[in-house]
Design a protein around this ligand. Structure first.
Ligand code: SF4
Length: 373
C-alpha cells in the first residue's frame, strides 16, 4: 500500500513569486522572531532563513512601525544575494526574493498599512479583527493589491459561540475556519489560504482531515506551539507527516521554540522523509555500538555542518565500523566507515580506498565536492 494518499485538489493562489495549492510543490515556511521594526536584525534573519530553504516568511506586525518596516526590509533583501543552495524556486544572484507575510492581530489598520508597505500576504483571524466594515476594509485593500489572506484559526482563540456549542474540538476549529472563509467570500474575496492549528497532534490532524473535505481553499499545515527541540520536532513530524501522508496540505510551517532556521531544516526533512521534495544531501549515520572505534558523533556533526549549503541531492553514509558500515549503507551514494586507526571510503556499498582516521572528514568532503550524480 502506498504511504501517501492522492493529494487533495485545492485551488491555487499566488504569494509573491510562490504558488500555493493545486499542483504547486509543498512549500516550507517559517516566521521571524526578531522585532520587525529592527530592520537590520530582521533582514539578517530572513537571509539566514532563505539560505536554509525557507520559501515564505512571516513577520509579526504589532504596531505601525513594524508595518512600515516591511518596505525597508523588502528593499534591503533585494540588494542581497543568497549564499544558499539552488532549487527550482531560487534564482542565484538575483537578490533575495521571498514573499513576506504580515501577521496581524486585532487592529485592521495594521493589516492595511502592511499591505501598502509591500507585504505579499496577510495573516489575520477575521474573528479578532472585529466588525464587518473593518474586515471589508482589509479584504478590499488586499484585493486591490492582489495579495492573499491567510485565515489563521487557532484552537486557543476560537469564537465564543462556537466554543459554547462544540467545545474546543477539531470540529469547532473546522466550523470556525468555514465561518471565516464565508465572511471573506461574502465580501467578494476568495484569494484565501487557511490554517487550523492546535498544540496537540490529535486535534490538529483531525481538524485538517475535516476541513479538507469541506473546502478547496489551500491549506497551511502545522502544529502550533509544538515546543522545544525534542517535543517540537516529534509533534511536528508526526502531525504534519500524518496530514501530508493523507494528501492534505499545500505549505508547511514547523513551530519550534528555537532559532527559526531549525524549523526550516526540520520542514525539509519532513518533506524528504515522505518523498515529497528533496533539498541538499541526505545524511544517514549509524547510532554507533561497541564496534565503533572512532568519534563518529563528532565526524557526523562536522560533515553535517559543512554540507548545510551543499546543492547536491546525494545520500551520504557515515558509519561507525567497517564490519557492517558499507553493507548497511549500500543505498548511499558515498560514505565512510570507521576502523581501528583507519577508515574507509565507499561508494554504492563498494570499498574504494582506506584513509587515515584524521583525514576521514576532509576526504569525504572532497569526494562529495567532486561527486557527479
Ligand atoms: S555500522 Fe558498525 S558501529 Fe555502526 S551500529 Fe552498525 S555495527 Fe555498530
Amino acid at each position: 500500500m502506498a504511504l501517501l494518499k492522492k493529494r487533495y485538489a485545492t485551488r491555487q493562489i499566488k504569494l509573491g513569486n510562490i504558488k500555493i495549492g493545486g499542483d504547486a510543490p509543498i512549500t516550507v515556511q517559517s516566521m521571524t522572531n526578531t522585532y520587525t521594526q529592527d530592520v537590520d536584525a530582521t533582514v539578517s534573519q530572513i537571509k539566514r532563513l532563505y539560505d536554509a530553504g525557507c520559501e515564505i516568511v512571516r513577520v509579526a506586525v504589532p504596531d505601525m512601525e513594524a508595518a512600515n518596516a516591511i518596505r525597508k526590509i523588502k528593499n534591503r533583501l533585494k540588494e542581497l544575494n543568497s549564499d544558499g543552495i539552488g532549487n527550482e524556486i531560487y534564482e542565484k544572484n538575483s537578490g533575495i526574493n521571498i514573499p513576506i507575510i504580515a501577521d496581524i492581530h486585532f487592529d485592521y489598520r495594521l493589516a492595511i498599512a502592511s499591505a501598502e508597505s509591500g507585504a505579499d500576504g496577510l495573516r489575520i483571524n477575521p474573528g479578532n479583527i472585529g466588525e464587518k466594515n473593518k474586515i471589508k476594509a482589509v479584504s478590499d485593500c488586499a484585493k486591490s493589491l492582489n495579495i492573499p489572506i491567510r485565515v489563521g484559526v487557532n484552537s486557543g482563540s476560537l469564537e465564543k459561540d462556537i466554543l459554547e456549542k462544540m467545545g474546543n474540538t477539531a470540529q469547532a476549529m473546522a466550523e470556525s475556519a468555514m465561518r471565516n472563509i464565508a465572511i471573506l467570500e461574502d465580501l467578494g474575496f476568495s484569494d484565501i489560504k487557511i490554517s487550523l492549528k492546535a498544540s496537540d497532534v490529535e486535534r490538529t490532524v483531525e481538524a485538517y482531515r475535516l476541513i479538507s473535505t469541506m473546502t478547496n481553499v489551500p491549506l497551511h499545515v502545522g502544529v502550533t506551539e509544538a515546543g522545544g527541540l525534542y517535543a517540537g520536532i516529534t509533534k511536528s513530524a508526526i502531525g504534519i507527516g500524518m496530514i501530508l501522508a493523507d494528501g492534505i496540505g499545500d505549505t508547511i510551517r514547523v513551530s519550534l521554540t528555537r532559532d527559526p532556521v531549525e524549523e526550516v531544516r526540520v520542514g525539509w526533512e519532513i518533506l524528504r522523509s515522505l518523498g515529497l521534495r528533496k533539498r541538499g544531501p541526505e545524511i544517514i549515520s549509524c547510532p554507533t555500538c561497541g564496534r565503533c572505534k572512532i568519534n563518529l558523533f563528532d565526524i557526523a556533526a562536522k560533515v553535517e555542518e559543512a554540507l548545510l549549503q551543499c546543492p547536491l541531492t546525494i545520500k551520504i553514509a557515515i558509519m561507525g565500523c567497517v564490519v557492517n558500515g558499507p553493507g548497511e549503507a549500500k543505498e548511499a551514494d558515498i560514505g565512510i566507515a570507521g576502523g581501528d586507526g583507519v577508515g574507509i571510503l565507499f561508494k554504492k556499498g563498494e570499498i574504494v580506498k582506506k584513509i587515515s582516521q584524521e583525514k576521514l572528514v576532509e576526504t569525504l568532503l572532497e569526494e562529495i565536492e567532486n561527486y557527479h550524480i
